[in-house]
Design a protein around this ligand. Structure first.
Ligand SMILES: Cc1cc2nc3c(=O)[nH]c(=O)nc-3n(C[C@H](O)[C@H](O)[C@H](O)COP(=O)(O)OP(=O)(O)OC[C@H]3O[C@@H](n4cnc5c(N)ncnc54)[C@H](O)[C@@H]3O)c2cc1C
Length: 369
């Protein structure tokens, strides 16, 4: 299989493992597999330029990045430190949860595009073959997967890993179900760096609950800031939050977030709407395939654990595939059970966290009690 991004797969070339998706989960699965001697192909579209959502990296990522052998590479990129989270949740006052005294020290406010690119570069440098495009079809043929991509190529692989994020298309193609718990969405805006002379940003993220959901903000590399309003998809129209002027007026009426955005006069020019609900794929693995990252278990941004989960599940699925190749037929079912258990545990923790906010009897909060 060619690694130059062209459609060399049109002839049906074969690899040991084909990974669909080149985000953190796909790269975390690819690295241990290729290091164990497997021929790994990674099918991923060309990354869209500019801002990527998901910039807060929990300190718990550190041992995973170390295990993947990429910690030094990422340290060289000098992502900004994140010292913790502040939250106004369940009461007006802020509560601080600081990182530095935890076992892994501080977290990071990532340049997310750079972080993802560095992981992909590490996988390619390790010997993973890149095929540019999207997986469109997957069918089991006697002893291999036959995979078709957006450019019409046909690829063959012994194992298929779905690392396509929330869409989890390959997992659906092989018959797994998407089990959704809610329809949370994010209406996100990026504030550009303000003019010179303003104070250095507080290196903490902030969550603040409100009648119809909650706000989130964190500093971005270069002095900008991300601000997100989180609510349910069906409540959006009534709230008019897609209108930048309304969104901005609501942000400026908050108790705490308003202080973090006081350097900006105007709303962002453009707001992005992103799915942010909780969902899992069931089962998350089967004979010859596994789902990883958001494709396996997608969590509420309130949990701030998406990237860590992507790295951890990528590593775990790689281990299960290597065990399966060595004859352990229980490894992939055990991986699937583990994902189901971890997701169930997450849902219990999420419910407890939402129950801590009792100030409003509105649809958003009633649904979560
Ligand atoms: C609003 C919001 C804020 C968030 N904030 C944070 C945060 O601060 N911290 C945090 O840890 N997590 C955060 N997350 C979650 C985090 O971004 C994800 O959990 C993480 O990106 C999952 O990694 P992944 O590799 O599984 O999927 P992704 O990062 O989504 O990568 C999937 C890749 O697959 C590609 N792809 C899609 N379809 C196909 C296909 N058919 N074939 C091939 N490739 C395909 C996509 O282009 C993409 O590159 C946030 C999520 C949301 C929605």
């Amino acid at each position: 299989m060619r690694s130059d991004g062209s459609s060399g797969g049109a002839r049906g070339e074969r690899c040991d493992v084909l990974i669909a998706g080149g985000g953190p989960a796909g790269c975390a699965a690819a690295l241990p597999l290729v290091r164990a001697g497997a021929q790994v192909a990674l099918v991923a579209p060309v990354g869209s330029p500019g801002w990527r959502i998901g910039e807060s990296l929990s300190p718990a990522a550190r041992p995973l990045l170390e295990r993947l052998g990429v910690l030094d590479r990422l340290a060289a990129d000098e992502h900004a430190p994140c010292y913790g989270n502040h939250a106004a949740w369940g009461r007006d006052a802020l509560t601080a949860a600081d990182f530095p005294f935890g076992p892994y020290g501080e977290g990071r406010h990532l340049d997310r595009a750079r972080f993802d690119a560095a992981l992909l570069e590490a996988a390619l440098a390790g010997g993973v073959c890149r095929h540019t495009g999207r997986v469109r079809g997957a069918r089991w043929q006697q002893d291999h997967w036959q995979i078709t991509t957006s450019d019409g190529s046909v690829l063959r692989a012994g194992y298929l890993v779905d690392a396509t994020g929330r869409s989890a298309r390959p997992a659906r193609l092989v018959g797994a179900a998407s089990i959704r718990s809610d329809h949370l969405i994010a209406v996100a805006g990026q504030l550009p760096p303000p003019g010179t002379g303003t104070a250095a940003p507080e290196r903490v993220s902030l969550v603040e609950s409100t009648r119809w959901g909650w706000w989130y903000t964190a500093p971005l590399p270069g002095g900008g800031r991300v601000v997100m309003a989180m609510t349910d998809a069906d409540l959006l129209t009534g709230l008019h939050l897609l209108h930048p002027g309304v969104w901005w007026a609501q942000a400026r009426r908050t108790g705490h977030l308003q202080d973090r955005i006081s350097d900006w006069e105007d709303p962002p020019q453009r707001l992005r709407v992103l799915a942010a609900g909780s969902a899992r794929t069931g089962p998350a693995a089967g004979p010859g395939w596994a789902a990883v990252g958001d494709a396996a278990t997608a969590t509420d941004p309130l949990a701030a654990r998406g990237i860590v989960t992507a790295l951890a599940t990528g590593l775990a699925a790689a281990r299960a595939i290597l065990a399966d190749r060595a004859g352990d037929t229980g490894a992939l079912p055990a991986y699937a059970r583990r994902i189901a258990a971890v997701h169930a545990e997450y849902l219990r923790a999420k419910a407890a966290q939402y129950r801590r906010e009792q100030r409003w009897d509105t649809p958003f909060w009633r649904r979560r009690r």
